[in-house]
Design a protein around this ligand. Structure first.
Ligand code: FE2
Length: 149
């Protein structure tokens, strides 16, 4: 799957988790598409909507809560991309992510961008990450189904 997206569609590699979860970019955002090998699941896991900044995310969370839509998971900060995240379910049960502060890979020649909150090192280029809690959520709890693949 990774080679199809990279060789056929021109996406670039940003990160891999273990040997089963790859993050690809089509612009300067750390990832626009991810693909996970799974023996249990098929299809799309979630779609994600970018918020302008943390205040925009907070405003939308307040708005959702006022209308009875509570968090499914988060807030947290992912390892790959270091984006702040929250996860929700829409009325049909689909998973929707809201995120902001994703890593910005603005220099393709270098393959990395400026330092961003949450980064473990600089420069931070593509790498293969361990399968651990900090990869999924640097801040805290994990959504158990997130590790079930
Ligand atoms: Fe996501």
């Amino acid at each position: 799957m990774q080679s199809v997206y990279q060789d056929l569609l021109g996406l670039r590699w940003s990160d891999t988790v273990g040997d089963f979860f790859v993050f690809l970019r089509c612009n300067s955002d750390h990832h626009a598409a991810t693909s996970m090998a799974s023996t249990k699941y098929q299809g799309m896991h979630h779609v994600a909507n970018e918020m302008r900044d943390p205040n925009h995310l907070i405003a939308l969370l307040d708005h959702l809560a006022e209308h009875g839509h509570r968090l499914h998971w988060g807030p947290g900060r992912h390892g790959p991309g270091h984006n702040l995240f929250t996860y929700h379910r829409d009325p049909d049960g689909n998973v929707v992510e809201l995120f902001t502060q994703i890593d910005d890979v603005h220099d393709e020649a270098k393959g990395y961008g400026e330092p961003r909150p949450g980064q473990e090192e600089y420069p931070m280029g593509p790498k293969t990450r361990e399968v651990d809690l900090a990869t999924v959520n640097q801040w805290g709890p994990i959504d158990p189904p997130s590790l079930d693949h």
